[in-house]
Ligand binder design. Structure first.
Ligand code: FAD
Length: 415
């Protein structure tokens, strides 16, 4: 019997995990990426793997915090020239922040993130990537008493999801992470969360395992699609036609442009984030530490200490504003006294974000053999292996093991 074929557009964490799971469903996989494997948002994230990631950004009251976040050197920036372009997205995000909507989002996040470590284990066991993942816990700290755990609704969401959390005082934080400056008054430990020690390497290894198992990897940009009635029949790759049997769009923040070409306009924004990685910092926390006040994570990684986070709306093609990364340098000195700023590299990446805080996962509304798997925003490293498994089940025509209704690609078409 000839193997059924599937072509995946995008070799970030979602694309490579989809490839691995689709192979397990018996598909012959082709993976297409415009650049080297894993050099989109999946390259430089903080590597937090968060089964307990159940608190959306859009929760009641978030809008009141926005002016403070937008302050100079604050964790949020909107380029003035882009403000009116992103305004509808922001208004839609505000609509998603009612208590009812946020609780729904939180339940969907738990479903998607809850099994991340098990899904990674299934994909990486007996490969070089198995040592890159660790269930080590994540620590959240704030310089203000009682703030590390977030608002009441945030705590309610964690409790409702059964997420284990341990609240810590000033001295307990110091005992746990002596490298931190003694300025943090409240802490929260989520002991069941984990980390990836090198996200780029993880993506590369999953891709090379897929290649070893027969996947074809093509480096080319998908410019447009060839279609016939309700079927996608080909991709135009760097100007040349390439026939396909079925496709999965997993192109991260660029997926909005591609899905629009397939007749479905979705509000995918590039929510840009920055990192600095300090190669020889001299101090290293044991586990990822999130600074709740400044909204970034300090993650111990194989290649050094990485501070990653903040959000910037400027459009997907705008040049980076490296002043955003400089803020992280200042924060590093403030948070870790004695840190050495040696071998520092900077990076900017586009988080694929939808205004309700959930990704899009399922069959494309206008084409029977096209599938969407993108939009994991701040949680793509956590959601990736589970998204991949679900999309493989959907493409195989099986009932997915989780309820995918909250991720319905048509949900924005109804409003
Ligand atoms: C600063 C920062 C910190 C983060 N920290 C965390 C964290 O700690 N934990 C967590 O879970 N998540 C985190 N994230 C989010 C996470 O990195 C993303 O959600 C995730 O990497 C998205 O993966 P993806 O596969 O959807 O997209 P990407 O990794 O962006 O991959 C998409 C791929 O598609 C390719 N592509 C695009 N257009 C085309 C085209 N036309 N033709 C061919 N190929 C194309 C690109 O080249 C790219 O390789 C963070 C993000 C940032 C920016």
């Amino acid at each position: 019997m000839t193997q059924r074929g599937v072509t995946i557009v995008g070799a970030g964490i979602v694309g490579v995990c989809s490839a691995a799971w689709l192979q397990r469903e018996g598909f012959k996989v082709t993976l297409v990426d415009a650049g080297p494997i894993g050099e989109g948002a999946s390259f430089g994230n903080a590597g937090n793997l968060s089964p307990g990631g159940v608190v959306p950004y859009m929760i009641p009251g978030f809008i009141k915090e926005v002016p403070a976040w937008l302050a100079q050197n604050g964790p949020l920036a909107i380029r003035p020239a882009y403000f009116f372009k992103v305004l509808p997205w922001i208004l839609s995000a505000v609509k998603s922040s009612t208590t009812e909507a946020a609780l729904k989002t939180s339940r969907a996040m738990r479903a998607l993130h809850g099994g991340t470590l098990e899904a990674y284990d299934a994909l990486t066991r007996d490969t070089e990537a198995s040592g890159l993942i660790e269930r080590c816990g994540q620590l959240y700290v704030s310089a203000q008493p009682g703030k590390a755990q977030g608002s009441q609704i945030a705590q309610f969401m964690r409790e409702a999801a059964g997420v284990k959390m341990i609240l810590l005082g000033e001295h307990e934080i110091q005992d746990m992470e002596p490298t931190l400056a003694p300025i943090f008054k409240s802490g929260m430990l989520l002991p069941d969360n984990g980390r990836c020690k090198n996200p780029h390497e993880l993506v590369r290894i999953i891709a090379s395992e897929a290649e070893r198992n027969g996947a074809i990897i093509l480096r080319a940009k998908v410019g447009s699609f060839q279609t016939n009635s309700k079927r996608v029949t080909g991709l135009v790759l760097d100007g040349k036609a390439h026939a396909v049997e079925r496709i999965v769009i997993a192109a991260g923040a660029a997926s909005g442009q591609l899905s629009a070409q397939l007749g479905t306009t979705l509000p995918v924004e590039a929510e840009r984030g920055y990192h600095i990685t300090i190669g020889e910092p001299g101090v290293m926390p044991r586990i990822p530490v999130s600074n709740v006040d400044a909204k970034f994570v300090a993650s111990p990684m194989n290649m050094g200490l990485r501070l990653a986070g903040t959000a910037e709306f400027a459009g997907i093609d705008a040049a980076p504003n490296w002043r955003r990364a400089d803020i992280l340098e200042k924060q590093a000195r403030y948070m870790f006294p004695g840190i050495r700023m040696q071998s520092v590299t900077r990076w900017m990446g586009n988080r694929p974000s939808l205004p309700d805080g959930l990704p899009v996962l399922g069959v494309a509304p206008k084409y029977d053999n096209a599938y969407f798997a993108f939009g994991n925003s701040h949680f793509g490293m956590s959601a990736g292996p589970v998204m991949g498994k679900l999309i493989a089940q959907i493409v195989a025509g099986r009932v997915p093991e989780l309820d995918i209704t909250p991720f319905d690609p048509s949900r924005f078409l109804r409003i």
